[in-house]
Design a protein around this ligand. Structure first.
Ligand SMILES: [Zn+2]
Length: 278
């Protein structure tokens, strides 16, 4: 069994009304930071979980219809806040990144994929299958901007072998099956469906004995998981499957109650990121 070192970072943010993000939330805008994580493995080198926003997001949303994406979720991203800039500040060059684990294909998670020239792109195949043939309005309706994917995405894609799903140890209940991504149990992927098809969560065991559970957009706020509270019903309009979304939050809630020591990281929860960001 190996372990990894985890640094939690964020590349830009957008804003969203709190009462949409969670039922009972206030009528004010809150920040949705775009989290990504640097994961360093003793043998496999530096890797990323998602990438946050990048300059490319602004280029891709310059014209209509994609401009609607930018208008719906106004994004702030300083030059020094991109994944590339923050990694450089830590001595990690773009070419050092071996793999990017993609939670799902929404713009705020994949905008910087093209900045890492050697990386393999690890994802659940059903997630990519759901967006690969979409263009124009149909892509936009699924929060997907195809221009964010590097032209050689298909060659560098490393879809998880779904036939290799394995039973997870009982301590991960109610999550019962997952994928041992590196073959040494340091990184376990778990499907978290509902927000979109094939969303991939990641359990990372660190050298200090802490386990992180990156849950992407399975819940927008940790409060949702802690209290099993859903977003406003309007949010169902953008979820691929509201029933599965509800079941996934319920599972995360049960997991959190049983394993409060595991650090669950929803990608857009500013409070959680303030607690653990590196
Ligand atoms: Zn997101």
């Amino acid at each position: 069994m190996s372990s990894v070192r985890v640094t939690i970072l964020k590349a830009g943010h957008c804003t969203c009304p709190e009462h949409i993000a969670i039922q009972g939330g206030r009528w004010r805008n809150i920040r949705f930071p775009a989290m990504f994580a640097l994961i360093e493995h003793p043998r496999f080198g530096p890797m990323l979980f998602d990438t946050g926003y990048s300059e490319r997001f602004f280029r891709e949303t310059e014209r209509f219809p994609n401009r609607l994406y930018r208008l719906a979720t106004p994004v702030t991203l300083g030059e020094s806040q991109t994944a590339q800039a923050q990694l450089a500040a830590r001595g990690v060059r773009p070419g050092d990144i071996e793999r990017v684990f993609i939670s799902h294909f929404h713009a705020d998670h994949i905008a910087a994929l093209g900045d890492f020239p050697r990386a393999r792109y690890v994802h659940l195949p059903q997630g990519y299958a759901a967006v690969r043939s979409l263009a124009g309005w149909r892509a936009l309706a699924r929060a997907h901007l195809p221009g964010l994917l590097p032209p050689d995405f298909a060659e560098r894609g490393d879809p998880v072998d779904v036939a290799a799903a394995r039973a997870l140890p009982p301590e991960y209940a109610p999550f019962t099956s997952g994928f041992d991504l590196l073959g040494d149990e340091s990184l376990l992927a778990v499907e978290l469906p509902g927000h979109c098809t094939g969303q991939m969560g990641l359990l990372a065991r660190t050298e200090s004995g802490t386990t992180f559970f990156f849950v992407a957009d399975a819940a927008w706020l940790m409060r949702s998981i802690a209290s099993n509270r859903l977003p406003h019903a309007l949010a169902n309009l953008i979820f691929s499957n509201p029933r599965l979304y509800r079941l996934t939050i319920e599972k995360l809630h049960r997991f959190h109650v049983q394993r409060p020591e595991v650090r669950i990281i929803p990608s857009h929860c500013e409070e959680t990121l303030a607690q653990y960001a590196g």
